[in-house]
Design a binder for this molecule. Structure first.
Ligand code: GLN
Length: 457
């Protein structure tokens, strides 16, 4: 039973929501012991919500188990963004996306694992004292990052379920591809960021992971919408779009040979005709521009985590400076520290012109290049990741730069705020291969119809 059928049945009282929620929680405990998809399972909240709903079942997500990435605030439930520095932080409010989902009858089952603050592509940069989630297809491999827990549980769940996740530079698409599910990253601003713990404010988007494109649409329709609490949230809605013209990105075919073959043969099998076009600026400059802008913004956004205001508390027996450095030294993981240093450097007086400002200019040029392509095409298609899921122990041998290079395909649409959907094109050596479709701003409709077309075929 998929999530859409489940909700219909729950609304007609054909499903005992309380009993179902108990069963789901039992399963989660068991899965989590081995696979570590959750930082927190919110059993108490879930049962409370189920009991309330059972009395008068209603809503577009009636009784549906929904997981939430750990950087998105859920009232009263520990929310850490995967960082030790936020251990013990229980928000006093719900993120708007979560609030909207709860108002439509969602049962919040827990907070999913992620790279600390979203800093990674494999979910192996988990914060100090957090476990690494394992790929449901092969436990020696990664789930992808940074929303690895959301992707893992979405694939592993044998019950109807949808996850609310987040992407800054590919954190929904990448794990969706490694775990063989569907991930939608909407247009920047379609879903309110209120209650999202920032990584890089000009890039962060809340999105959805599910087993099908229709389920993704169901959740986006609930969580989207203008929000007075987020000045960057859009007044416009997405539109329904047809998919007449498709282009495959030439530079993006320079990937693992089996990945390339799987993508092209999926398009062929589905009778999808396409042109091959080149986006040279996006291909060359997306990655460096992204890593400069993202780390610059992250380095200022993380300044508020000082062992004083939220989460982990340190006592003041020395100066404020000593307190802040002790807390940050003890609680931030290695990658978080690296990114704070990189971002601080990139926007320092004397270097700002050469790095941060240049990256902003590159970003504008990349956006123009995409916009030009959308004058001729409804969708741009490419592999989501250059490889299938690597082994956990292979990642520790990658240099930071090599690891950043893995995002070469996903950072472009994220920099440009363009909606994109990752869907499984096929399998290679029993591992899923993700295919990404990118649409123009607010053309999510085209992505959903492309996705469900492929699923039906
Ligand atoms: N892998 C990218 C990074 O490390 C994207 C992460 C994200 O989208 N949160 O920045």
């Amino acid at each position: 039973m998929n999530a859409i059928e489940f909700v219909e049945k729950a609304r007609k009282k054909e499903i005992d929501i309380v009993e179902h929620t108990h069963k789901v929680l039992e399963k989660l405990e068991k899965i989590n012991r081995e696979f570590h998809y959750f930082n927190t399972i919110s059993a108490e909240l879930a049962i409370q919500q189920a009991e309330k709903l059972a009395k008068s079942p209603k809503g577009k997500l009636c009784g549906l188990p929904v997981s939430v990435k750990d950087c998105i605030c859920v009232k009263g439930v520990e929310t850490t963004a995967g960082s030790k520095i936020l251990k013990g932080y229980k928000p006093v409010f719900n993120a708007t996306a979560v609030e909207n989902a709860i108002n439509e009858g969602a049962i919040i089952i827990g907070k999913t694992s992620q790279d600390e603050f979203g800093f990674g592509s494999f979910n192996t940069n988990t914060g100090i004292d957090f476990e690494i989630p394992k790929n449901p297809f092969d436990a020696s491999r990664v789930c992808g990052g940074s929303s690895g827990g959301s992707a893992g549980i979405t694939q592993a769940a044998d019950f109807p379920h949808i996850s609310i996740a987040e992407s800054t530079g590919g954190s929904i698409a990448c794990p969706a591809s490694f775990c063989g599910i569907v991930g939608i990253t909407p247009t920047y601003g379609l879903v309110s960021r209120y209650g999202l713990i920032d990584y890089a404010s000009s890039l962060d988007k809340i999105g959805v992971m599910a087993k099908t494109a229709d389920e993704c649409r169901m959740m986006i329709d609930v969580i989207k919408g203008n929000d007075a609490n987020d000045s960057t949230s859009l007044k416009e809605d997405y539109k329904e779009g047809n998919v007449a013209n498709i282009a495959v990105l030439k530079e993006a075919l320079d990937v693992d040979e089996t990945v390339k073959k799987t993508i092209l043969s999926c398009l062929e099998k589905n009778g999808i005709e396409y042109d091959i076009i080149s986006l040279p600026l996006a291909a060359k400059y997306s990655n460096p521009a992204y890593y400069l802008i993202a780390t610059s913004e992250a380095s200022t956004n993380l300044a508020k985590f000082c062992g004083f205001k939220y989460g982990a508390e340190f006592s003041l027996d020395d100066s404020f400076n000593a307190l802040f450095s002790n807390a940050r030294s003890a609680c931030f993981g290695k990658e978080a520290k690296r990114r704070i240093l990189l971002g601080t450097f990139a926007r320092m007086a004397g270097f700002r012109e050469a790095f941060y400002l240049k990256a902003l200019k590159a970003r504008t040029m990349i956006i123009r290049e995409y916009k030009e392509a959308f004058k001729h095409y409804d969708l741009l298609v490419c592999p989501t990741m250059p490889i299938t899921s690597p082994k956990i122990d292979e990642i520790s041998r990658l240099s930071p730069l090599k690891s950043y290079m893995m995002d070469v395909l996903t950072v472009g649409p994220n920099l440009a705020g363009l909606p994109h959907l990752s869907i499984t094109a096929g399998f290679s050596n029993r591992l899923p291969v993700g295919m990404m479709a990118i649409a123009d701003h607010l053309n999510e409709g085209a992505l959903f119809s492309f996705g469900s077309g492929i699923e039906q075929a």
